[in-house]
Design a binder for this molecule. Structure first.
Ligand code: DAH
Length: 338
């Protein structure tokens, strides 16, 4: 390095190390001051060099000039930001302090349970589909073989929706209409579940005007009640408990023949329910031939089963929750337990 170059390199180092603005201004003046600044003088002296050397020397000097001026600018900007030590106590950051813990949220226990349902049935090869919550009377009742005189249609139970058109609509009272929608858009054989919200004018410890169900539908050439029981038992055991106690008994639903209901043993903590009482959690059966036909499936070639689980009821049994209304009150003391 030439003597001149080592002088500039020294100054460069001093600029980078300057620890205050006055120190930096001093350096700037020393280099670029109009009278006697080291760089100013060096530039003026270029003229004295023989022409053969002048070009290279001028180029080198100009590079240093630009470099040092830029470094001074950068350093000035950096020094303008106060260092931690220069801050007032209140503004100072202590990097050794632990950050306050951010509260971690989690899914509400209903959507969380639905995910488990999708996973358990997914492992058994079931597809997942959803249907509309505002449903036509046709899908919610007629196509499911529910006659106009059936008590399920009663204005006491059903939320009817005012519509401008001819078609009568309801807030779906169950997830069963998705069976028809699915059959009309898929070719058998198939198996699928349909989770979602349903609505009924009902409110007490085991009923809420909005609740959740998931429907299941499996159609094939030789699907029987035995297949249905196997699928349901597997699902109940993995979703609730391997020791879950349940019973199948006959029940009537217009869209299945034969129809069955499944109850699960509910064991509360209080004296009274220690013995356990039975809570209905699901209706099921072999899909009625007329319902298959309504879905565009030929009952002479295909048969299958369907079931409709009440999700809240299952979770109540799983976690021993005595009142269904707790799900929807948004009380964090309740929700945080799960
Ligand atoms: N949809 C019925 C209800 O909400 C439950 C049900 C019963 C669904 C039998 C089914 C079934 O698929 O086969 O009460």
């Amino acid at each position: 390095m030439t003597a001149a170059a080592s002088l500039w390199a020294d100054k460069e180092k001093l600029i980078l190390e300057a620890s205050s603005l006055p120190e930096l201004t001093h350096l700037e003046h020393e280099l670029f001051g109009r009278k006697g600044g080291l760089m100013t003088v060096a530039l003026a002296e270029l003229k004295k060099l023989p022409p053969a050397k002048m070009k290279a020397a001028a180029q080198e000097l100009n590079e240093w000039k630009t470099k040092l001026a830029d470094l001074i600018d950068q350093r000035r900007k950096a020094l303008a930001v106060p260092s931690n030590a220069q801050l007032k106590d209140a503004d100072r950051i202590d990097p050794t302090l632990e950050l306050p813990k951010r509260e971690q949220g989690h899914l509400h226990l209903i959507p969380e349970f639905i995910r488990q349902v999708e996973e358990v049935f997914g492992r058994m090869g079931f597809d997942v589909a959803r249907g509309p919550e505002v449903e036509t009377e046709e899908y919610n009742f007629n196509l499911l073989n529910i006659p106009p005189t059936h008590p399920a249609r009663d204005a006491q139970d059903t939320f009817w929706v005012k519509t401008a058109g001819e078609e009568k609509k309801v807030l779906r009272t169950h997830t069963s209409p998705v069976q028809i929608r699915y059959m009309r858009t898929h070719k058998p054989p198939f198996r699928a579940i349909f989770p979602g919200k349903v609505y009924r004018k009902d409110a007490d410890a085991t009923h809420s005007p909005m609740f959740h169900q998931f429907e299941g539908l499996m159609v094939g050439k030789d699907i029987s009640l035995a297949n249905m029981k196997a699928v349901m038992i597997t699902a109940i055991r993995s979703l609730i408990s391997p020791k879950a106690e349940f019973r199948f008994r006959t029940g009537f639903f217009p869209f299945v023949e034969p129809g069955l209901e499944v109850d699960m043993r509910w064991q509360g903590n209080d004296e009274q329910s220690r013995e356990g009482k039975w809570l209905e959690i699901v209706g099921c059966g072999m899909v009625h031939p007329q319902v298959l036909r309504n879905g565009g499936v030929d009952p002479a070639k295909w048969q299958g089963f369907a079931f409709g689980f009440g999700i809240e009821r299952m979770i109540m049994i799983k976690h021993q929750i005595p009142d269904l209304r707790s799900f929807f009150e948004g009380d964090l003391r309740f929700l945080r337990q799960f």
